[in-house]
Design a protein. Structure first.
Length: 220
């Protein structure tokens, strides 16, 4: 009987503790990413959500250096739109109005660092769990993983077909990898390569065929 009472008491304490924790803690996974921004252009990504998906530049990159510029790629027109940081926030350099641009998980973009030194910017937000779907348009798309992890792109977990081309931006130039017969290869030597964007890295993808969806479920 005494043992039974102890077990009941332990159960009550466990339920009380769980209730208390439920009131204090969230099921969201909150984390941070340190982006290393070298002088000049950097092809990067924001792989965290900031409160109800509010990923505006003023939220993600507050207090940037004057002259910092974010370039977003428009797959429909094949051109870039710009936002520039000046004094107290991000602005459209053409109209002079506050920028309405957002940088969401799954989206790559260029960040121009006007300084002569490397900057480290810390991004903070929630990790997107569950099923994430990213559209890979016909032609060029500027993408990233929707979650902050080094994620290998293969024929089984990325919808690549023959002719897909991956472009990684490194030290001011692009390195290409082409998908052929179920695997990625160096387009010049034909040697197999591993395509695995790092955390916080954006990349171009060329899709020679119809638009496809890149779907992945992430439940850590």
């Amino acid at each position: 009987m005494r043992t039974q009472k102890l077990l009941v008491a332990a159960a009550v304490l466990a339920i009380s503790a769980a209730t208390s924790m439920a009131q204090v803690y969230s099921l969201n996974i909150v984390g941070y990413i340190n982006l290393t921004l070298k002088p000049g252009f950097n092809l990067v990504a924001n792989q965290l959500n900031n409160g109800a998906g509010s990923n505006s530049l003023n939220v993600v990159f507050p207090g940037s250096a004057n002259g910092s510029t974010v370039y977003l790629f428009d797959a429909g027109t094949g051109s870039f739109t710009q936002s520039v940081y000046d004094t107290d926030g991000w602005y459209d350099p053409i109209s002079g109005n506050p920028s309405t641009s957002v940088v969401n998980p799954g989206q790559g973009f260029f960040f121009f660092n006007p300084n002569a030194t490397t900057n480290t910017v810390t991004l903070v937000g929630s990790v997107q769990t569950g099923t994430n779907t990213i559209n890979v348009n016909n032609g060029f798309s500027l993408l990233s993983s929707a979650t902050p992890e080094a994620y290998q792109l293969t024929g089984t977990n990325f919808p690549a077909a023959n002719g897909f081309t991956y472009y990684q931006y490194t030290a001011g130039s692009f390195v290409q990898s082409v998908f052929d017969t179920g695997a990625w290869a160096d387009p010049i030597s034909g040697d197999p390569v591993t395509v695995m964007p790092s955390v916080g890295q954006g990349f171009f993808m060329f899709n020679p065929g119809s638009s496809v969806n890149w779907t992945r479920t992430f439940n850590p």
